[in-house]
Design a protein around this ligand. Structure first.
Ligand SMILES: Cc1cc2nc3c(=O)[nH]c(=O)nc-3n(C[C@H](O)[C@H](O)[C@H](O)COP(=O)(O)OP(=O)(O)OC[C@H]3O[C@@H](n4cnc5c(N)ncnc54)[C@H](O)[C@@H]3O)c2cc1C
Length: 477
């Protein structure tokens, strides 16, 4: 049932899911499918979390995070959502890299990357094979042995161009740096490279609307405009309810899709956890955020095929530190051709995305904030003009978003686009060992983030909740 924002909820639930990001929605769908009574509460006015879109006058629709995800999303959607959703996923047609060190095109498969490393970068075939073998044999649960910088130095010593080729797309996406454990890079990159980069043809709005139908079909109750203020525990510190304003909704368990730190420190309160657990939770670092520039072409205008994903930079050399700074000259262009949303007619949209640090955008004066946003817009137009001369005259809508925008719309601490770094995963997974009935599912540890990682984590945690409820019922006799 879809509650309206004015409906008071008087029933009690087996599971309340807080937040409708891809992890929260997938967990809710799985638990609903198994016949449990589930309520999905979302603070925002629509489902999807960071998997979202917005509309602007003149018939423009812009996607925020639909740039590309791994092939595994097809299987995940088919198994845990529906065949119809899975069938809309298609491979991104052309991925390009344009920078002063090289201009290349790839289908983002391991075979193609290997070929480029050998033929363009002149690396020996055995070295390339050994590098990919090392990535494939990394085990996430082993203690991290080396960082990204050491991994690249081991196989491609002194080759800034190769480090750029292999790492830049990942840095754009999730803000990884040379000091991050090589394992998180290995898993993200081998996932992406196994079979190319994929996209949901139809747009985020269509996918989320299909998922909403599926949730309702599986009897998941949904209410939007419902920001949960508190997770309430009983005298034995077991989950018993959630509070939304002055409304208390009873539940036997909670899956929080809110940020892991927010879940622990704001929604539950640190006094309800062991001291050692809290100390570890405090050390969890958030990932960086994003800046974007959204450009919509006038109705009737068109552009030639320049590729769907373009990693573009005017910086002479690659530096992970530079890429996160405000004066970086690098960005990713996602180009949406009319086949993305055929029902809109002949419409084109282009989105520039770059990684960004929250602290560079927080606490600025109004003037400085505007100046920096204008810089983003100008940087996008200048770079795009080199690929599509005269593009500015074809655009009739342009606007920029910053880490503050991401924070405002998703309630993510510091507008983090990909949750937390590596150390967030064990904290998230062990939450229920601290507070019975409390589970977390949402972007943590890089591998459990992104569209595929978040959806898969929703599945994993739905099983944990099922086990918990099963044991609870067994003990109740
Ligand atoms: C600019 C950008 C580009 C990206 N590009 C890609 C990409 O190309 N490919 C890819 O795979 N991934 C991409 N991502 C990342 C991806 O979108 C996210 O990792 C993923 O969607 C996160 O899902 P999640 O389940 O962790 O939750 P989120 O999407 O973070 O959703 C959490 C939800 O919980 C709600 N919530 C929080 N607190 C409360 C509360 N107290 N009460 C009620 N509701 C609450 C929020 O409103 C939100 O809807 C991108 C992200 C950004 C920002």
């Amino acid at each position: 049932m879809l509650f309206s924002k004015r409906d008071k909820i008087t029933e009690s639930y087996d599971v309340v899911v807080i937040g409708s990001g891809l992890a929260g929605m997938t967990a809710a769908n799985m638990i609903g499918r198994s016949g449990r009574k589930v309520l999905l509460l979302e603070a925002h006015n629509k489902l999807g979390g960071l998997a979202t879109w917005f509309k602007r006058k003149g018939g423009h629709v812009f996607d925020i995070s639909l740039h590309g995800f791994p092939a595994g999303m097809i299987k995940t959607c088919r198994k845990y959502w529906s065949k119809d959703i899975a069938n809309k996923i298609e491979q991104v047609k052309r991925v390009r890299f344009l920078n002063p060190q090289y201009e290349l095109e790839s289908d983002f498969t391991k075979e193609d990357f290997s070929k480029i490393l050998v033929e363009h970068f002149n690396v020996k075939e055995e070295t390339v094979a050994a590098f990919f073998d090392e990535l494939a044999n990394m085990n996430y649960y082993d203690p991290p042995e080396m960082n990204n910088g050491q991994l690249f130095e081991k196989y491609f010593p002194g080759r800034n161009d190769i480090t750029r080729f292999l790492l830049e797309p990942i840095v754009y996406a999730n803000g990884s740096n040379l000091e991050d454990p090589a394992i998180s890079y290995g898993i993200v990159f081998s996932n992406f490279m196994s079979k190319g980069v994929y996209i949901f043809r139809g747009g985020t709005d269509m996918m989320i609307s299909m998922m909403k139908e599926e949730l309702l079909k599986n009897n998941v109750d949904i209410r939007l405009h419902s920001e949960v203020d508190e997770i309430l525990l009983d005298d034995e510190k077991i989950v018993m309810a959630v509070r939304v304003g002055d409304e208390v909704i009873k539940t036997r368990s909670v899956v929080s899709n809110a940020n892991i730190k927010k879940t622990i420190f704001d929604l539950v309160g640190e006094t309800n956890f062991d001291e050692q657990f809290i100390n570890e939770a405090k050390k969890v670092r958030l990932n960086t955020s994003s800046c974007q520039v959204f450009m919509g072409l006038k109705e009737g205008e068109s552009i030639p095929d320049i590729g769907e994903l373009i990693f573009c930079s005017d910086d002479e050399e690659f530096s992970t530190d530079k890429i996160l700074s405000t004066d970086v000259k690098s960005q990713t262009f996602s180009v949406y051709y009319p086949d993305m949303r055929p029902h809109l007619g002949n419409r084109y949209a282009i989105v520039s995305s770059s990684n960004a640090r929250y602290e560079d955008w927080f606490n600025l004066s109004k003037e400085e904030y505007k100046k920096r946003k204008d810089f983003l817009i100008q940087r996008a137009l200048t770079a795009l003009d080199k690929i599509l001369p005269g593009i500015e005259s074809k655009i009739d809508h342009i606007e920029a978003s910053t880490p503050l925008t991401v924070e405002k719309y998703t309630h993510h601490l510091q507008g983090s686009s990909f949750g937390t770094k590596f150390e967030g995963l064990p904290i998230s997974m062990n939450l229920h060992k601290q507070v019975p009935g409390l589970f977390h599912s949402g972007s943590v540890g890089i591998i459990m983030s992104g569209w595929l990682g978040a959806a898969n984590y929703g599945v994993i945690q739905s099983h944990e909740v099922e086990n918990y409820l099963f044991n609870l019922e067994k003990n109740e006799g």
